[in-house]
Design a protein around this ligand. Structure first.
Ligand code: DC
Length: 235
């Protein structure tokens, strides 16, 4: 690998539960870059809405969520143990509370609200302004950083993704069925791709990584080649 690589923005977009965060985290650690999980930001807003009457009985009240936005301050703090940043809302650590099935079931609706996206996209652009970031999400290569030097579009078979998320949830003690998780994965794919604002789509200059049957090591070897290719094109 190049000894003096140029600091770039690495945009990783793709479906839910296809290992974007694990991949992005490994890349950031490898390069000494900052890793930003933008899904966690949409989840944090959703959690706040669930706890503050923006969502009642699973129904998202858009006006109420928009009214709550000015009360929400999102920050990240690096957690050396996890090797990634934890997310805080108004100073409260919410990392452990944002990945429940309740949040997952409402996050697509919350993330389709224009004002929510405007607030979070502006924050993301500020966080990556100095480059040297790996950002994962749905619209990073298309909307947040259309000028990212390396754009990766990740995908994996829906059942493989459901099995991964199911293993994560049950390991935490969540009582869910594989069917329920699969249904959530499929319905979120549909919602993410069909929403009016910033739908999930592959940027024209993104390269596809289907990791259904790839180990983390194989993905990293693939990444090293692509990173080197980009660095050579910038030299
Ligand atoms: O990556 P994730 O599954 O934790 O993301 C949670 C939700 O947030 C996902 O259903 C879509 C939404 N999201 C988004 O709309 N835009 C992003 N950049 C990241 C996530």
């Amino acid at each position: 690998m190049n000894t003096t690589p140029k600091k770039i923005v690495i945009a990783i977009d793709g479906f839910s539960s296809c290992g974007k965060s694990t991949f992005a985290k490994s890349i950031a650690a490898r390069l000494g870059y900052i890793f930003i999980d933008t899904g966690a930001m949409y989840r944090a807003v959703t959690l706040y809405a669930l706890e503050n009457e923006g969502i009642r009985n699973g129904i998202v009240d858009e006006e109420a969520v928009v009214a709550l936005l000015s009360q929400i301050s999102i920050t990240f703090r690096f957690n050396a143990q996890r090797g990634a940043s934890d997310i805080y809302v108004n100073g409260d650590l919410v990392e452990g509370k944002i990945r429940t099935i309740e949040v997952s079931n409402c996050v697509s609706a919350v993330s389709s609200i224009r004002e929510v996206r405007e607030k979070l996209v502006a924050m993301q652009q500020e966080m990556g302004a100095a480059r040297g970031v790996v950002m994962d999400g749905r619209d990073i290569g298309t909307v947040v950083f259309p000028d990212a030097e390396l754009k990766i579009y990740m995908t994996a078979d829906a059942m493989v993704r459901a099995e991964r998320r199911y293993a994560e949830l049950t390991a935490k003690g969540d009582k869910v069925s594989l069917d329920e998780v699969l249904e959530n994965v499929v319905s979120r794919d549909k919602a993410d791709m069909s929403r009016a604002i910033s739908p999930l789509r592959q940027a024209e200059d993104a390269i596809v990584l289907d990791n259904s049957y790839m180990t983390v090591e194989e993905q990293m070897a693939w990444f090293e080649r692509e990173f080197e290719r980009v660095q050579q094109s910038l030299a």
